[in-house]
Design a protein. Sequence first.
Length: 236
Amino acid sequence: MRQKVVVLTGAGISAESGLGTFRDRGGIWSQYDLAEVATPEGFAADPAKVLDFYNARRANLAGAAPHAAHKALAVLGEAVDLTLVTQNIDDLHEQAGSGDVIHMHGELRRSLCAACGARAMAAEVMRVADRCTACNAAALRPDVVWFGEMPYHMERIEDALAEADLFAAIGTSGEVYPAAGFVELARMAGAETVELNLEPSARAGAFQRAILGPASETVPAWVAGLVAGARLGGDV
């Protein structure tokens, strides 16, 4: 039976691809009031400002490429029963070859109609006048989870954690719930837990072990060990 592995990735894994994290000094997030660009209330007050903000992020993503860590996780998905969950709204995992990625915070390249709930691929430049193809309302927003909204696919994620043999958190701050609580759910299920991060996260003490360093270096080495163990049919 293939080992069941749940991997959670956060902003740290995309940082090496040139996509800033929430907490980067001087980064894109530090230049905005998050209440104005990442909440339903902000969108209702000034939809043009919110769309411009995400248009800039989409343009930034267009120049980014997956690195060795993203590619290693795609390889891991071929060797084990992998559930890959990401807090990131970029598509670097998919670009690297991973399939069925669970985007718990939504996807930057997709749109959501605030009027009818229809989802579609987003235009590279979204505008207030754009209309939903399902209901014709001019109410399109990025299909991302804003502050105060419920993350997507929580039932599926919790089911995977309940059956996991191994849970790994990569490039996460450990400060954002519910993702910060995944390690406890995994441990209650009897899973081994490991954190791979540039430095210990706020939840480091909840993990059984830590591997510190840049994701582009630590993740490929860690995956290589898992893949070798899977090929031997042994415990990893």
